[in-house]
Design a protein around this ligand. Structure first.
Ligand code: ADP
Ligand code: ZN
Length: 548
């Protein structure tokens, strides 16, 4: 699909430059566009920021007729339309919250022979509930004017997904009613089972699948202990590896940003801080100086980064613990967009976790009291946040497994750690190993999952198994089960549990998404077909463990 000899190639490349201002295509964009423009149904899995919008907006511009885009949130739709109108592409939307007269006006325009709309965005409930819209679409279709159907955030179709929406279940009707119109389904978060579900519900039995890995081969990952001399360490690291190059240092608090920036300036770096409580003009000034390379280091809170497209960021340093693996992956992802080798360093200590947990608890409480949300919603969000934090801690405390493997497992991706090529701290260690039979420990973990009725998350199961007596363990009255794994070395139980997940003996069943990265929390379930073999002794588990 990467051919540059399609009938539309010339126009495609010209419009990409002229209308969208892009110099080239990102990975898979050209391939996806060629496949959908050839009339195939296409399923796309691409990480956030990968550039999914272009894969339907560019075809919409080039093809005759109207592209129908189903998107879950009116705010997302409005944002997209604003960008399209800025690029002089005619687009509109229909939502249930609009005045009826306004909706009729838009529908009338769509039917008119002089209609200029290239894209029509709708929320899924319009498809599920509006017969008028369906009749108008039938009309468009019969005149050959329905050029493409796009299902954005397609994972919402699946009950297995973290963001299931009932109205998405009705979208199968589109393929039934408009079999000749190509469908393009897009998502950033789909495991294999979600993908199967989406394909089945939407009726895309012969679709072409583009799956993009979340692996970033040009990024090197390191987790190092955070000491009192952290800023000195950062200074040394930059001097040794990235002198005068451009980078971001993520700090926990606004004050940290200012302090770190000041110390780095004292060390001779051109550093500045950036955070939410600065004057907007100052903020814009800092960002501007940074993009012009007048400043090469920005010490920022996570507020910095959204929409930052600087290609030559050579390092992303975390001066404190990120809030989740998704967030961490996304923040690191701002390094090396030009494909050149770049570094991601995380300075970790346990007390940052305690501090962050406190902040997260306070933060969520504030959010809920200011919104009208109910108590259970608050509890759910808080659990998700804490779960995410614990996963991050376990990532940092793991001093054995490949960092890429740990990140990619989190996104439901398999990764062979021998492919890391010693580009993470753990793979660089060249540890010596002993083999251990851990079948018994594996059985105990599976039993624990069963005894707690398959309703708890991986971090919680680990806490219970290792005998932690934190509040959560007490609250759920799991003291009586706890502690079988007390004798294990730090991280061993986590490794065995992870192995059970990668082997498909335990399954992380995704539950709900609440936080800003669309991150998920999940409960551990057992795969009954496989646990029998484990219990009967048919399946023996031997793992390698590092020796001192
Ligand atoms: P996604 O929907 O996959 O999260 P977007 O479609 O919002 O990603 O694109 C993310 C950013 O990348 C946008 O700012 C977009 O303008 C930019 N972008 C997309 N394609 C290209 C390209 N080929 N070249 C440069 N920038 C691009
Ligand atoms: Zn590695």
């Amino acid at each position: 699909w990467s051919s540059t000899h399609f009938a539309w190639t010339k126009e495609l490349e010209a419009s990409n430059k002229r209308v969208f201002g892009n110099r080239s295509f990102r990975p898979n964009q050209r391939e996806i566009i060629n496949a959908t423009m050839s009339g195939h149904d296409v399923f796309v899995l691409m990480p956030t920021g990968g550039g999914k919008s272009l894969t339907y907006q560019l075809p919409a511009l080039i093809c005759n007729g109207v592209t129908l885009v189903v998107s879950p949130l009116v705010s997302l739709i409005q944002d997209q339309i604003m960008h399209l109108l800025q690029a002089s592409i005619s687009a509109t939307y229909l939502s249930a919250s609009m005045e009826w007269s306004e909706q009729q006006e838009i529908l009338r325009e769509l039917m008119s022979p002089t209609c200029t709309y290239k894209l029509l965005y709708v929320t899924p409930e319009k498809i599920a509930k509006s017969d008028v819209l369906l009749r108008q679409l039938e009309n468009l279709y019969s005149r050959g004017h329905l050029s493409r159907i796009v299902i954005d955030e397609a994972h919402c179709v699946s009950q297995w997904g973290h963001d299931f929406r009932l109205d998405y279940q009705h979208l199968g009707i589109l393929k039934q009613k408009f079999p000749q119109t190509p469908v393009l389904a897009l998502t950033a978060t789909a495991t294999a089972s979600v993908k199967e579900d989406v394909v089945q519900v939407l009726g895309l039995s012969n679709c072409i699948v583009f799956r993009q890995s979340f692996n970033r081969p040009n990024l090197r990952y390191f987790v190092w202990p955070k000491t009192k001399k952290c800023v000195e360490d950062i200074d040394n690291f930059i001097h040794a590896n990235h002198p005068k190059e451009c980078g971001i240092i993520y700090c926990l608090s606004r004050m940290d940003c200012e302090k770190v920036a000041e110390k780095l300036r004292e060390c001779g770096h051109k550093a500045s801080h950036y955070h939410g409580s600065m004057d907007p003009n100052d903020r814009a000034y800092v960002q501007n100086q940074w993009s012009k390379d007048k400043i090469n280091i920005i010490c920022a809170t996570v507020a910095f980064g959204m929409g930052i497209n600087k290609p030559d960021v050579r390092f992303v340093i975390h001066h404190s613990l990120p809030k989740s693996i998704e967030g961490y992956h996304q923040e690191c992802g701002r390094a090396g967009r030009d494909g050149q080798l770049s570094s991601c360093v995380l300075y970790y200590n346990y007390s940052d976790y305690i501090r962050l947990k406190h902040m997260v608890t306070q933060g969520v409480v504030e959010q809920v009291t200011s919104a009208s949300g109910g108590g259970s919603c608050h509890e759910q969000a808080l659990e998700t946040h804490k779960d995410n934090l614990l996963r991050m801690v376990s990532y940092c405390e793991n001093d054995v497994d490949c960092r890429r493997l740990l990140q990619l497992i989190h996104f439901g991706e398999m990764f062979d750690p021998s492919c890391c090529g010693k580009t993470c701290d753990n793979c660089l260690k060249e540890l010596r190993w002993v083999e251990k039979d851990v079948t018994n420990i594996a059985r105990q973990l599976v039993d624990l999952v069963m005894m707690t009725r398959q309703t708890y998350s991986t971090p919680h199961i680990l806490e219970v198994y290792r005998g932690s007596m934190n509040q959560n363990v007490k609250k759920h009255r799991h003291e009586s089960l706890h502690g079988a794994g007390k004798h294990l070395a730090k991280g061993e139980a986590a490794r065995i549990l992870r192995h059970l997940i990668t082997e498909g003996i335990l399954i992380e069943d995704v539950k709900k998404s609440e936080n800003m990265y669309g991150s998920t929390s999940s409960v551990l379930k057992a795969n009954h077909k496989k646990i029998d073999d484990l219990r009967s002794g048919k399946h023996i588990i031997v793992l390698k463990f590092p020796t001192a």
